[in-house]
Each structure stands twice: as C-alpha cells, then as structure tokens.
Design a protein around this ligand. Sequence first.
Ligand code: PXP
Length: 248
Amino acid sequence: MSDTQLRLGVNIDHVATIRNARGGAYPDPIRAAKLAEEAGADGITAHLREDRRHILDADIDGLMEALTVPLNFEMAATDEMQKIALRHKPHAVCIVPEKREERTTEGGLEVAREENKLAHFIAPLRDVGCRVSIFIAADQRQIDAAHRIGAEVIELHTGAYCDFHAEGKLDAAARELEALRKMSAYAHSLGLEVHAGHGLTYDTVQPVAAFPEVRELNIGHFLIGEAIFRGLTPAVHEMRRLMDEARG
Ligand code: PXP
C-alpha cells in the first residue's frame, strides 16, 4: 500500500450487539472480521467497552488469533483496559472517552485537561509497541495536547458532521467539515498520523476521504446495517470504492 492510499478499518462491534441481544454465539464477530478482511478491509476495529455491551473479552482473544490485518483496539483509559491491551499487544490502541449512559462514543477525549494522566497511561502501551491513537474533536487544543503526550496518531471524531448531514442541516455540516479539514492539515503538520471516523455512511464518506492528510477511516455501524441488505462483502466493497473515488 502506498503512503497516500487511504486505509479502511472496519468496526465489527455491532455484529456483537446483535449476538448479545440473544446471548449465544451468532452472529459471530470474528467471522464478520474475517469476511471484512477478505473484502479488502485494511484493519479491524473493536471497542471493548467497560460494560461489555457488544465486544466481549473472548472476542478480543479470537480476533488476535484469527486476523491477518492489524487490530485497532478501542478502549477507555482505565487500568483494566490497559492490562488487557498490554497482554494482547494489538497493532493499535485507540483511547476513547466512555460514559456508561451513552449509546455510543458521543464526543472526543478531553486530552488537554488530563494531559499528565494520559501521558503516563499511554507510555507503557507505546513501550510494548502499540501505536497509540487518541480519539478527539477537531480542536487545535486537543491536537496539541495529544501531540505533547506522545501519541503517534489522532482520530478525528466525524460524528457531528454526520449528524448534521443526516438532519439536513447542511450549513452546519459544512462548518464541521471545514473544521475537520483544517485540523487534519494541522495535525499532519505536527507529524501526527491522522485518522477519522464515527457515523460515516456512503453519503458522508467522500468529503472526509478526500482530505489528503487522512490516512485511515474507521467505519462500523453503517456497514453492519448495510450488510443486512446487501451482505457484508458488497457493503465493504462499495465503501472502498467510494473512498478510492474520492481520493482519486
Ligand atoms: N472510531 C471510533 C474511535 C469509534 O469509537 C467508533 C465507534 O465505536 C468508530 C470509529 C466507528 O463509528 P461508527 O460505528 O459510527 O461507524
């Protein structure tokens, strides 16, 4: 893969959401991850939430064993999660904010206020070779702080852009997009690798994919939903096609 090609990370959390609705073993998120891999995903993303509402500890064991593409392990900055990450040493660890009552990761991490704590938290993860990514809003203050604590990667939260787009508030969506564009370039100028994700769909992916500084998009909920109608392989193929078209 060239340096400018955009990677697609497929998030398989919501295959586990459906499985957990009934308990039991199906649909199996590991099977979905393998299928996404065969369909051209460059990585698999899984979020082990503190309440284990979708991905379970055994899924992380299974993914580490089964995948040939890198695993991007999303987690909150807690001691429990740090121990799990240090045991598995996934390719990448993405630190996300987590509140029990939220339905999904609603905002970016507050790095600037927690700088010292986070710097100590990520140091052992970096020492064992994990690429540490910090999930943040398109906010220069947070990017500067992520840079200072020694993160190699930032992932910009695209949720607000996608929400405004879905609500038909196109001016607000355009403002969010402009902030994402500016902050991608700014983070890149500091030497950070830039990723983006949350809420992306076929309708919203292309403007973000077109930012030359963005190296990876992590996309889950929409793709798993789309897989119900057209199957996971065609769903991933179409996302890949749109990303490549926007990039080209
Ligand atoms: N990136 C991060 C850091 C996330 O927390 C999530 C959601 O788990 C995603 C990307 C994917 O978001 P979505 O499932 O809305 O595509």
